[in-house]
Design a binder for this molecule. Structure first.
Ligand SMILES: [Mn+2]
Length: 355
């Protein structure tokens, strides 16, 4: 009994010390970040391949803040889904091509947003790693690549990078304008599935409530994100649900697989299958869901879960990937059939704690 009390006390002290150390660490990195921003004339903002609402929200938020005072560019590895083309200044984003090499080389400061490893910017990786520019990472994926940046504002417990961009700006004393607020709100909404996923924390609501004081139309943003499907996208979802979803009640698991040829029958565009991986989780008792799709010659694998079941370990161990506890991804160079049959054969083993 005495031992338990002492252990609890010790834990409390440890927690406090950890928080204290984090605060000091934060203060140092914020001071450094402030200095780097004030010294920089040319700023480049970048985010991960296949940018989502959070990647676009965080880059565009900072862009809308910096563009009046700095020579600022957003360079992304590939195309932006149509769903997000309404975002403030979205038409000013540069999509990577080798002629932008100099922008990366000559930048004073580069922000790495919503990714933890240089490999996530695809063909830009080499240029990013070799650039003499100072670098600041703001991100919520676990295990950021070491030695890449001068400042890491990296917190895996944050629901979205946009949540961190907001906190970062506040701590640096940077004013958040309406355009930036709309971008940050977009990232919060998309990465939390409209504030419903497990990752949504007290801090997420706090940021959202501080943004809510500002004068912009929140429901308009939500309509843009959720009510902008093409007819083909909507019918593809119907097809996938009735023909392609396999449910395994004994394992509390479901998966969807889709070939490019099938998707193309519905006028498929990149981004159309966004969110498909979450669909099976709406079934009672399904706690683990996977989505496999053939794209660019490889099989993209996405995994989601409800509750305490961790999918990042599965993505890492069996599908060349990783990610968050409840949302992860991976890839395979095998055929779609092979990947799916591997998943099915792994199911009894990896879902042990759900059975
Ligand atoms: Mn994110």
């Amino acid at each position: 009994m005495q031992f338990q009390k002492t252990a609890a006390k010790l834990q409390k002290i440890l927690r406090k010390t950890k928080l204290f150390i984090m605060e000091i660490f934060n203060k140092i990195s914020i001071d450094k970040a402030k200095q780097l921003i004030s010294e920089a004339k040319k700023i480049v903002l970048t985010a991960h391949l296949n940018p989502d609402g959070d990647a676009l929200g965080s880059t565009l938020a900072l862009y809308n803040i910096f563009k009046s005072e700095k020579e600022c560019k957003i360079i992304l590895p590939n195309n932006i889904p149509d769903t997000f083309k309404w975002m403030p200044s979205c038409n000013e984003i540069l999509i990577w091509n080798p002629s932008y090499e100099n922008l990366i080389k000559e930048a004073d400061l580069i922000f790495l947003l919503d990714f933890n490893n240089a490999s996530r910017v695809d063909k830009m990786q080499k240029f990013l790693e070799e650039s003499p520019a100072k670098k600041i990472m703001i991100d919520h994926h676990p295990q950021p690549q070491e030695g890449l940046c001068e400042v890491y504002f990296s917190f895996p417990e944050a629901a979205a990078t946009c949540e961190l961009v907001y906190t970062f700006c506040k701590e640096c004393g940077i004013n958040i304008n309406i355009e930036a607020a709309r971008c940050i709100f977009t990232g919060l909404v998309t990465d939390t599935g409209c504030f419903q996923f497990n990752c949504t924390g007290q801090r997420t609501f706090q940021v959202a409530s501080e943004l809510a004081v500002m004068d912009f139309d929140r429901s308009e943003i939500i309509h843009h994100i959720y009510d902008s499907y093409t007819e083909g996208r909507m019918r593809l979802e119907g097809y996938v649900l009735s023909n392609k979803m396999k449910v395994f009640p004994e394992y509390h698991t479901a998966y969807i697989s889709l070939s490019l040829a099938e998707a193309e029958k519905f006028g498929y565009k990149v981004g159309d299958t966004e969110g498909f991986v979450n669909l099976p989780l709406s079934i009672e008792n399904v706690k683990f869901s996977a989505f496999f799709m053939e794209r660019d010659g490889i099989i993209r694998c996405s995994f989601r879960s409800k509750g305490g079941f961790k999918v990042n370990t599965i993505a890492e161990k069996y599908f060349n990937g990783g990610g968050h506890d409840n949302a992860a991804g991976g890839k395979s160079y095998k055929s779609l059939e092979e990947v799916v049959s591997r998943f099915v054969s792994l199911m009894p083993k990896v879902t042990k704690e759900l059975q």
